[in-house]
Design a protein. Structure first.
Length: 203
């Protein structure tokens, strides 16, 4: 199935946003969609439908699923993936948009990479800061609940971007607003926590 302009924009935004939360699951879902012909992937993303790439993404998605449920391990995983999720999100969006833009593909690819990287950075920062704040609580249930929300949100938003883009756009705007508030609240909380710890340590 070929994408129309609205679906293309929606899916590009969804890829950038989802990459900041669950990069490997995003790669796997896009690869599966292309492999079975549900979406006609542009040349820049056709490699994702390779069985080898899908198998690798599936293994890493399982590892991420498990690591994301364990307090402190989840924050270490997020810290490591600061260097991976954002450029990967930019590359995915650039590969999607650049292949559909014709003669202006390179220019639009750069614009798409900037926007995709920005969405991935926003989602990743919100996830990492929220999980770091949750790790200050001794109970593990909040970590698991937050992780499960991400597990459900990524495939749901990718599906909505493809099947119901006009529903996807307001949900994405709401998600970004919530994430911006969470980033501000979590950084404020973590900064206050660091100050309290410093005061309690003898000079």
């Amino acid at each position: 199935m070929k994408l129309d302009a609205v679906q293309l924009i929606a899916l590009a935004a969804a890829l950038g946003w989802a990459s900041g939360l669950r990069l490997y699951l995003t790669v796997l879902l896009v690869g599966v969609a292309g492999h079975f012909g549900w979406i006609a992937l542009p040349p820049g993303l056709q490699i994702l439908s390779s069985p080898l790439v899908m198998a690798c993404a599936a293994v890493l998605a399982v590892v991420e699923f498990l690591a994301d449920k364990i307090p402190l391990i989840d924050s270490a995983w997020d810290a490591l993936h600061t260097l991976i999720r954002i450029p990967a999100g930019a590359a995915l969006v650039a590969g999607l948009v650049g292949g559909w833009a014709g003669d202006q593909g390179q220019a639009w690819g750069i614009v798409a990479a900037l926007l995709g990287g920005g969405l991935a950075a926003t989602a990743h920062t919100a996830k990492a800061s929220t999980r770091a704040a949750a790790n200050t609580s001794p109970e593990p249930f909040s970590n698991i609940a937050l992780s499960l929300i991400g597990d459900v949100a990524v495939p749901t938003m990718l599906w909505l971007a493809w099947a119901h883009p006009l529903i996807f756009f307001p949900l994405l705007a709401l998600a970004l607003l919530v994430m911006a508030v969470l980033i501000w609240l979590c950084f404020k909380f973590l900064r206050a926590l660091v100050r309290r710890v410093r005061r309690s340590v003898p000079a």
